[in-house]
Design a protein around this ligand. Structure first.
Ligand code: FE
Ligand code: FE
Ligand code: ZN
Length: 291
């Protein structure tokens, strides 16, 4: 089954998030537990979690995903940043479980003024500190575009982390189509080959979540700027260099079956997004927008 949704807001609680997802025709969704740039979080009791789950069950929404905030940098060489990252990741894992989600998507981290090797060691030892047998959600390390000094721009880099984590069965991967394309993988013409490489280095059983996004740039650009699916030059947010055909093929590939596919495509302005149209397109329903 195609399980498709988008990033939605949790500002009106988990119930509001589920209702927003439903309005787009989604059967899954992703939230940040608060603003992605900070650590201010409202208490879980205020998020209408039981009401949300009743609504989700009635409307066939499942396998929801939580995204950890960007400020968590497990690769940081700075002690205060590193400690804060570990503490906040522990809280996020708890919140993810309490929201009834199995997946916490996490950017592996950035080594900034340090070295790649040091960054990898820091991430792995942080994960070894944070993970316990009791933790339920899977931390899904996201494939990154390779801008700046972010770690995770190749499957080798994710493997460098994974092979150092003791409780590695608690780690999965979130495959972002914009990021893998920007980091250089040819997901347009050789998606099966990319999956073979993923399997060889990480094992396909690690692949838990997809982020389905277009890209404003050519393959290998290392930019990380998301585009609306198949957007053409006239789109106010720019053209998509991955293209509809490739994104549709990925969404309908057997590997994506029953996994949450999450759109993080740009809003056209403060109040208009194309989630509803993009979801309808990926479901195979032709609509006005994708003529
Ligand atoms: Fe992300
Ligand atoms: Fe993403
Ligand atoms: Zn991105």
């Amino acid at each position: 089954m195609l399980k498709i949704g988008s990033h939605v807001s949790i500002s009106k609680g988990l119930l509001g998030a589920a209702q927003e997802a439903h309005s787009y025709g989604a059967n899954t969704f992703m939230v940040y537990t608060g603003a992605p740039q900070n650590t201010k979080r409202s208490p879980i009791e205020k998020l209408k979690v039981p009401e949300a789950h009743a609504f989700m069950e009635a409307n066939h929404i499942s396998d929801i995903v939580v995204h950890a905030p960007y400020i968590i940098n497990l690769a940081s060489y700075k002690e205060d940043t590193y400690q804060l990252a570990k503490e906040f990741l522990t809280l996020e894992l708890d919140r993810t479980a309490k929201l009834g989600s199995k997946y916490l998507v996490l950017h592996p981290g950035s080594y900034t003024e340090s070295t790649y090797e040091h960054g990898i060691e820091r991430i792995a030892s942080a994960l070894n500190d944070v993970l316990t047998d009791e933790i339920v959600p899977t931390i899904c390390l996201e494939t990154m575009a390779g801008k700046g000094r972010e770690i995770g721009r190749s499957f080798e880099e994710l493997r460098d982390i994974l092979c150092r984590v003791e409780l590695s069965d608690k780690i999965g991967v979130c495959f972002d189509t914009c990021h893998t394309h920007d980091s250089g993988y040819d997901i347009i013409n050789h998606f099966d080959g990319v999956l073979d490489e993923f399997d060889r280095l990480l094992g396909l059983d690690k692949l838990k979540v997809f982020h389905i996004n277009g890209s404003l740039n050519l393959r290998g650009s290392k930019k990380d700027r998301h585009a609306n699916l198949g957007a053409e030059d006239e789109n106010p947010r720019g053209r998509d260099y991955i293209g509809l055909e490739a994104l549709y093929a990925i969404a309908h590939h057997p590997i994506a079956d029953n996994k949450p596919l999450i759109l993080e495509t740009p809003w056209l302005d403060g109040k208009t997004n194309l989630y509803k149209e993009e979801i309808a397109y990926l479901r195979g329903n032709t609509c006005e927008f994708f003529k």
